[in-house]
Design a protein around this ligand. Structure first.
Ligand SMILES: [Zn+2]
Length: 176
């Protein structure tokens, strides 16, 4: 499969291909500063306001890769990926909410940004809920640690009652 981005065409890299890591000296982890500089500094500088949309798109794609079979799997996946320290998902009426501390994107940012910035994380939750067949009305980050100075990042999803059919994205799902 080929991936097109503007005039650039490249071969798609599979999940299995990407996760074959050969770094006997450096191992499988990288400093969090690298993620933050890429995500919060380099990406917005390179893409301007399109960075927000890209954040969302990669969050959705990442969320589709997660092994999600029930709602509790979402908070477990966030914990496992060390995106943050996540409490169990709350549910009331047609709203799901998820809170986590130690957000890998925003915890500790000082001074705070003045607006919620965890669009990637919100999109992960959106994708995971879609994967469970939920019809999403809106997903919002209502509290944000480094964005708004809150104690947690809180992502709230409003869903419609009833399940929708799963979409084609899930054919490509791996299991992270
Ligand atoms: Zn946040």
């Amino acid at each position: 499969m080929l991936v097109k981005w503007g005039d650039v065409v490249m071969k798609a890299i599979s999940v299995n291909q990407a996760l074959r890591i050969d770094r006997p000296t450096l191992g499988k982890t990288i400093p969090l500063s690298l993620w933050r500089l890429l995500r919060l500094v380099a990406m917005p500088r390179a893409m301007g306001e399109d960075a927000v949309e890209l954040d969302r798109k990669i969050g959705l794609e990442f969320g589709y890769l997660l092994k999600i079979e029930k709602h509790e799997d979402i908070s477990n996946a966030i914990n496992r990926a060390k995106i943050g320290v996540c409490k169990p998902m709350e549910k009331n009426k047609n709203t799901y909410a998820l809170e986590f501390t130690e957000c890998f994107t925003c915890s500790g940012i000082n001074p705070i940004v003045g607006e919620p910035i965890c669009n990637f994380e919100a999109a992960i939750v959106e994708a995971a809920l879609k994967r469970l067949g939920e019809t999403i009305i809106e997903v919002k980050e209502t509290k944000c640690s480094g964005g708004l100075g809150d104690k947690v990042c809180r992502i709230e999803a409003k869903v419609k009652g009833g399940k929708s059919l799963k979409n084609n994205h899930f054919i490509h799902s791996g299991s992270i």
